[in-house]
Design a protein around this ligand. Structure first.
Ligand code: GLO
Ligand code: MG
Length: 343
């Protein structure tokens, strides 16, 4: 039995389209995804604002809330909670150059409108968390934006959200690049800096994604630990990534098992299960068939739970003794033997 509660987004079961080719699988309805998520043992669902209300740009504020209530009823039917809502600012024609840091004042206003509507949607779904994956808050042309102005714009956008709703929590999901060249908020360290500069730092935290840390050349477990040290890890997006290349969202643990183990180890040592959900931001391979559309989720859960069981068996007395004697070769081998199933 896992101590953790798991979440996933509707985008994690997708049609296989990528930048270079069309769909390879049939689309699946939101309700069918909910049914399967519940069956697989997920406790909650993560949303983009327009996963909940697809044509939201064309609706009034009251109409948006009414649509969100329909999705809440669907979640209730399957015993699922909502974990967070993320304004999908990177898909819209208004935000080609970013949202909060766009060079156009009208686009920046649009981005705030979507952020406020995301809060309204979250409230209708019964959750208090907004995730900002700042996808296009950066530059394609380095000279097009001032990094000082842009950083202040991000802080001010979050302040506006905190003022709009007195108890909403906001967390940034940092990523160093893709789809932009240079991101303004690329690592957990950046997120902690932005959080500290807001009007209510306790309500501003981080969502660490394993693949994004790897893309930044950093260790995901250390990034998790950095946020935990400030009590600012509001959620996680666990997955895997084969080094510094395009964002891969592979099943958790399939590329680097020791790195995956250490992410679970630091989560367990800090009783993260009392603080937040474990989100799996994983994607199926393009070659996956329709009938295997959920296999990557099953695999990620299975690997997480197997490694959680190993983390629970970690012999801290033995490890402490080796640490005191600086026998790090033996400590490393003990860890590897545990992961390999040899102790
Ligand atoms: C992409 C991100 C993306 C976000 C999701 C929630 O690199 O990981 O999947 O997590 O859109 O905002
Ligand atoms: Mg993510």
């Amino acid at each position: 039995m896992s101590k953790f509660k798991f979440t996933v987004g509707p985008w994690n079961v997708h049609t296989g389209a990528d930048s270079y080719g069309p769909e390879t699988r049939q689309p699946i309805s939101l309700e069918a995804k909910f049914a399967k998520f519940a069956e697989l043992g997920f406790s909650a669902v993560q949303f983009h604002d327009d996963d909940v209300v697809p044509n939201m740009n064309d609706l009034s504020e009251e109409e948006i809330k009414a649509e969100a209530r329909k999705v809440k009823a669907m979640l209730d039917k399957y015993g699922l909670a909502a974990e967070f809502v993320a304004p999908r600012l990177w898909m819209d024609s208004h935000t080609a150059d970013g949202g909060f840091t766009s060079t156009s004042a009208a686009d920046r206003e649009f981005a705030m409108w979507r952020a406020y509507r995301s809060i309204d949607i979250a409230r209708e779904l019964g959750c208090d968390l907004i995730v900002l994956w700042l996808a296009r808050e950066g530059t394609l042309c380095a000279e097009s934006k001032s990094p000082v102005t842009a950083t202040k714009q991000i802080v001010e956008a979050i302040n506006n959200m905190l003022r709009y709703d007195d108890t909403i929590r906001v967390c940034i999901e940092p990523k160093p690049n893709e789809p932009i060249d240079r991101s303004f908020c690329g690592t957990i360290g950046h997120v902690m800096g932005v959080s500290a500069a807001t009007i209510d730092p306790k309500r501003v935290g981080a969502n660490l994604e394993s693949a994004h840390a790897v893309l930044a050349g950093l260790d995901p477990a250390n990034e998790i630990g950095f946020a935990l040290a400030f009590d600012k890890l509001f959620t996680v997006h666990l997955n895997d990534q084969n080094g510094i290349r395009y964002d891969q969202d592979k099943s958790f643990g399939v590329e680097n098992l020791r790195q995956a183990f250490n992410q679970i180890k630091v989560l367990c040592e800090n009783r993260y299960w009392e603080k937040g959900y474990v989100g799996l931001d994983v994607k199926a391979m393009r070659t996956t068939s329709d009938e295997d559309s959920y296999e990557h989720l099953k695999n990620s859960l299975e690997i997480f739970k197997a490694l959680e069981e190993k983390a629970a068996r970690y012999n801290y007395d033995y490890a402490d003794k080796l640490i005191a004697e600086r026998k790090f070769e033996q400590l490393e081998m003990y860890t590897m033997n545990l992961i390999m199933g040899l102790v």
